[in-house]
Design a protein around this ligand. Structure first.
Ligand code: DGP
Length: 114
Protein backbone atom coordinates (compact mmCIF):
# COMPACT_ATOMS: atom_id res chain seq x y z
CA UNK A 1 0.00 0.00 0.00
CA UNK A 2 1.47 3.32 -1.14
CA UNK A 3 1.06 5.46 1.98
CA UNK A 4 1.93 2.76 4.51
CA UNK A 5 5.12 3.20 6.54
CA UNK A 6 5.68 -0.51 7.12
CA UNK A 7 4.99 -1.41 3.47
CA UNK A 8 7.69 1.17 2.66
CA UNK A 9 10.17 -0.53 5.01
CA UNK A 10 9.26 -3.99 3.69
CA UNK A 11 9.76 -2.81 0.10
CA UNK A 12 13.07 -1.09 0.95
CA UNK A 13 11.77 2.39 0.09
CA UNK A 14 12.12 3.50 3.73
CA UNK A 15 15.16 2.67 5.86
CA UNK A 16 14.71 -0.05 8.46
CA UNK A 17 17.11 -2.08 10.58
CA UNK A 18 15.98 -5.45 9.24
CA UNK A 19 16.95 -8.50 11.29
CA UNK A 20 14.98 -11.20 9.46
CA UNK A 21 13.06 -11.67 6.23
CA UNK A 22 11.42 -14.50 4.36
CA UNK A 23 8.75 -14.68 1.65
CA UNK A 24 5.93 -13.87 4.07
CA UNK A 25 7.37 -11.93 7.01
CA UNK A 26 9.88 -9.14 7.66
CA UNK A 27 11.27 -8.23 11.10
CA UNK A 28 13.07 -5.01 11.98
CA UNK A 29 14.13 -3.14 15.11
CA UNK A 30 11.59 -0.74 16.59
CA UNK A 31 12.75 2.87 16.11
CA UNK A 32 11.61 3.69 19.66
CA UNK A 33 12.53 0.58 21.69
CA UNK A 34 10.63 -0.11 24.91
CA UNK A 35 13.01 -2.89 26.00
CA UNK A 36 16.63 -3.87 25.29
CA UNK A 37 15.27 -6.15 22.55
CA UNK A 38 12.32 -4.67 20.68
CA UNK A 39 11.69 -6.10 17.24
CA UNK A 40 8.62 -5.67 15.07
CA UNK A 41 7.55 -8.79 13.19
CA UNK A 42 5.46 -7.74 10.22
CA UNK A 43 3.60 -9.78 7.61
CA UNK A 44 4.49 -8.58 4.12
CA UNK A 45 0.78 -8.63 3.28
CA UNK A 46 -0.87 -5.32 4.14
CA UNK A 47 -3.45 -6.10 6.83
CA UNK A 48 -4.46 -2.95 8.71
CA UNK A 49 -5.23 -4.49 12.12
CA UNK A 50 -5.53 -7.90 13.75
CA UNK A 51 -9.29 -7.50 13.39
CA UNK A 52 -8.88 -7.34 9.63
CA UNK A 53 -7.09 -10.69 9.46
CA UNK A 54 -9.23 -13.36 7.82
CA UNK A 55 -9.24 -17.13 8.21
CA UNK A 56 -6.90 -17.21 5.19
CA UNK A 57 -4.37 -15.18 7.21
CA UNK A 58 -4.29 -17.57 10.18
CA UNK A 59 -1.41 -19.63 8.76
CA UNK A 60 0.55 -16.42 8.20
CA UNK A 61 -0.09 -15.33 11.79
CA UNK A 62 1.05 -18.72 13.02
CA UNK A 63 4.24 -18.27 11.05
CA UNK A 64 4.83 -14.96 12.85
CA UNK A 65 5.00 -16.82 16.17
CA UNK A 66 7.53 -19.24 14.74
CA UNK A 67 9.63 -16.26 13.68
CA UNK A 68 9.23 -14.78 17.17
CA UNK A 69 10.64 -17.94 18.73
CA UNK A 70 13.54 -17.97 16.30
CA UNK A 71 14.36 -14.29 16.91
CA UNK A 72 14.05 -14.75 20.68
CA UNK A 73 16.68 -17.47 20.49
CA UNK A 74 18.92 -15.41 18.20
CA UNK A 75 18.69 -12.31 20.37
CA UNK A 76 19.32 -14.11 23.65
CA UNK A 77 15.93 -13.59 25.29
CA UNK A 78 14.45 -17.08 24.93
CA UNK A 79 15.56 -18.35 28.34
CA UNK A 80 15.01 -15.13 30.29
CA UNK A 81 11.50 -14.69 28.90
CA UNK A 82 9.95 -12.45 26.32
CA UNK A 83 6.64 -10.93 25.33
CA UNK A 84 4.85 -10.85 21.97
CA UNK A 85 2.24 -8.10 21.83
CA UNK A 86 -0.25 -6.77 19.29
CA UNK A 87 -2.03 -3.48 19.70
CA UNK A 88 -5.33 -3.68 17.82
CA UNK A 89 -6.88 -0.28 17.20
CA UNK A 90 -6.05 3.22 18.37
CA UNK A 91 -7.68 2.59 21.75
CA UNK A 92 -5.15 -0.17 22.43
CA UNK A 93 -2.24 2.01 21.33
CA UNK A 94 -1.91 1.00 17.68
CA UNK A 95 -0.24 3.85 15.80
CA UNK A 96 0.85 2.15 12.56
CA UNK A 97 -2.02 0.52 10.71
CA UNK A 98 -0.16 -2.40 9.18
CA UNK A 99 -0.46 -5.48 11.39
CA UNK A 100 2.70 -6.02 13.44
CA UNK A 101 3.79 -8.03 16.44
CA UNK A 102 6.09 -6.52 19.06
CA UNK A 103 8.78 -8.92 20.29
CA UNK A 104 10.08 -7.52 23.59
CA UNK A 105 12.71 -8.88 25.94
CA UNK A 106 15.83 -8.22 27.95
CA UNK A 107 14.12 -6.77 31.03
CA UNK A 108 11.40 -7.72 33.50
CA UNK A 109 7.79 -6.97 32.51
CA UNK A 110 4.85 -6.21 34.72
CA UNK A 111 1.32 -7.52 34.27
CA UNK A 112 -1.19 -6.24 33.37
CA UNK A 113 0.40 -3.92 30.80
CA UNK A 114 -0.42 -0.23 31.12
P1 DGP B 1 2.00 0.35 17.55
O1 DGP B 1 1.95 1.52 18.47
O2 DGP B 1 1.59 -0.97 18.20
O3 DGP B 1 1.25 0.61 16.25
O4 DGP B 1 3.53 0.16 17.19
C1 DGP B 1 4.16 0.90 16.20
C2 DGP B 1 5.60 0.85 16.48
O5 DGP B 1 6.29 1.26 15.31
C3 DGP B 1 6.08 1.77 17.61
O6 DGP B 1 6.62 0.99 18.67
C4 DGP B 1 7.14 2.64 16.99
C5 DGP B 1 7.45 1.95 15.69
N1 DGP B 1 7.79 2.83 14.59
C6 DGP B 1 7.13 3.95 14.22
N2 DGP B 1 7.72 4.50 13.15
C7 DGP B 1 8.78 3.68 12.84
C8 DGP B 1 9.77 3.72 11.81
O7 DGP B 1 9.82 4.60 10.95
N3 DGP B 1 10.69 2.72 11.84
C9 DGP B 1 10.67 1.72 12.77
N4 DGP B 1 11.63 0.80 12.69
N5 DGP B 1 9.74 1.66 13.74
C10 DGP B 1 8.81 2.63 13.76
Amino acid sequence: MDDCLFCGIIEGKIKGDIVYRNDNVVAFKDVSPKAPVHILIVPRKHIATLLDATVEDHKLIGEVFGVANRLAEEHGIAKSGFRVAVNCGAGAGQSVFHLHFHLLGGRAFSWPPG
